[in-house]
Design a protein. Structure first.
Lengths: 375, 101
């Protein structure tokens, strides 16, 4: 590890005051947990949890050509979306390999927001900066992002911003009156709220100016008190996303996997042109390529990144492994060189021991009925 | 013997524990248990030479007691030591050394 100074979000003091166990994550000093990863996980599944995700980047694409420029850098099409639409997408290189994933939000006709992963913000800025054909501004240092997630998130959100309750899934809006672009409105005290997240639960992400991050955190924690709100660290953020088979940047893709290999084919819009498209077309025609596969193990021994997987004629390695608090069992994802049927058996070598697991159709944990979401 | 409060905090939530067998002779530094937590897997070493006299099977059912009560119900094993072991510490002695009291 380099002896570099870790960056801190505007909420560092709040994390420490809450007993946050601080760790280095992609150069940021972030809370891994505040006591128990499993309890924080369950708080989000059953009630509501609050995450500081300010370590993630925020890039703004502006101008008449922002829509067409970002569209070309994105597997999903963005140009035809109306303002206030949030779209999950991948950025690919010319070989079709995933550089990063993000939710791209059309803030207005000529402004888009993307939220790169913390470890990828610089690389993405370099990649898109020279290719987008529009102004790209890195506003990561000026923006604080809090994620409020869980079945009771809506009850807490509407106390802070009544208009949030009317948001559909993957829709966003500004609070308050005002005009100007994203960063001007945040600078003037506004918030941008989107009904998005990384937990598979209903929830919201709040973007505010960094100077107002701590006040918003305190407000949400206070309003959430009667709902049993819990602060949630990166440990539960990982176990929550793994139960839903969401990809983790740098772990489930590291520069040598395509979108087809991840199985996220629904975010490829073949009706538009984008960098990496030709490579995906060739791979699709060829047909034989590794597939990200989900494994429900028989017990609690947790497969870790790199562990070997063997199935009936299939070979591969684990990319993500963890404990599912909801299932009470260890779960994992990894790439197999040939597709494996749901229900088929594999063994995973974990520290020299063979662990049995079943191939399952993702996600490990399915959504319960939600209220107020039109997705 | 067990693990310290600091150790359980570093491990994060324990989900699974495996013990060596009761009756096994161990040298100082031999593995007596392995602990699988949400974050990592760690081995627990014997602080003294001796024989494993008992293992805490209740933490197999309830591994969270290792996080909740590391100096009580979250104990790991009983080791019947051979010879003198003056350097061994109980929880109070450990706390004194690290300056908690």
């Amino acid at each position: 590890m380099e002896d570099a100074v870790l960056k801190r979000t505007p909420l560092y003091s709040e994390h420490v005051a809450l007993g946050g166990h601080m760790v280095d994550f992609a150069g940021w000093e972030m809370p891994l947990h505040y006591g128990s990863i499993i309890e924080e996980h369950m708080a989000v599944r059953e009630r509501v949890g609050l995450f500081d995700v300010s370590h993630m980047g925020e890039l703004l694409f502006r101008g008449d050509s922002a829509a067409s420029g970002l569209d070309r850098l994105s597997t999903n099409s963005l140009a035809g979306r109306e303002a206030g639409t949030c779209t999950y997408t991948h950025h690919l290189d010319g070989r079709g390999m995933i550089i990063d994933d993000t939710i791209a939000t059309r803030i207005s006709r000529d402004e888009f927001l993307t939220v790169p992963n913390a470890s990828k913000t610089g690389e993405i800025l370099d990649w898109v900066g020279s290719r987008a054909g529009c102004e790209v501004e890195d506003v990561s240092d000026s923006v604080c992002c809090l994620a409020l997630q869980g079945p009771q998130a809506i009850s807490v959100a509407e106390k802070v911003a009544p208009e949030a309750a009317g948001l559909g899934s993957f829709r966003g809006l500004f609070t308050g009156e005002g005009s100007g672009n994203f960063i001007e409105r945040l600078g003037a005290g506004g918030m941008y709220i989107s009904r998005t997240g990384y937990t598979g639960e209903d929830g919201f992400e709040f973007f505010v100016h960094s100077s107002r991050g701590a006040a918003l955190w305190s407000r949400l924690m206070a309003e959430g008190g009667s709902h049993g709100i819990s602060p949630v660290g990166l440990g539960a953020r990982d176990s929550l996303r793994l139960e839903k088979c969401y990809l983790l940047s740098g772990t489930d893709f590291d520069g040598s996997q395509t979108t087809l290999e991840t199985g996220y084919n629904w975010i490829i819009d073949w009706n538009h042109e984008f960098i990496g498209r030709e490579a995906l077309e060739r791979q699709r025609e060829k047909g034989a390529y590794p597939r990200l596969t989900s494994f429900l193990t028989d017990g609690k021994v947790i497969p870790r990144h790199g562990d070997a997987v063997r199935g009936d004629g299939a070979r591969g390695n684990v990319t993500s492994g963890g404990y599912s608090p909801l299932l009470g069992r260890a779960v994992a994802m990894g790439y197999l060189d040939v597709p494996a049927e749901a229900g088929s058996r594999v063994t995973i070598s974990v520290r020299g021991r063979e662990i049995g697991a079943a191939v399952v159709k993702p996600p490990f944990v399915r959504a319960r009925k939600k209220s107020g979401v039109d997705a | 013997m067990g693990i310290t409060d600091h150790a359980q905090s570093e491990l994060t939530d324990v989900v699974f524990v495996e013990f060596e067998k009761v009756g096994k002779k161990v040298a100082k530094g031999d593995v007596v248990a392995s602990v699988e937590s949400v974050k990592t897997v760690s081995e627990v070493y014997s602080p003294a030479a001796g024989e494993i006299a008992a293992v805490n099977s209740s933490v197999t059912e309830k591994p969270e007691s290792i996080n909740q009560d590391p100096y009580g119900s979250g104990w790991f094993v009983v080791i019947k030591p051979e010879g003198e072991n003056e350097e061994l510490l109980d929880a109070a002695g450990y706390r004194k050394i690290i300056g908690e009291e």
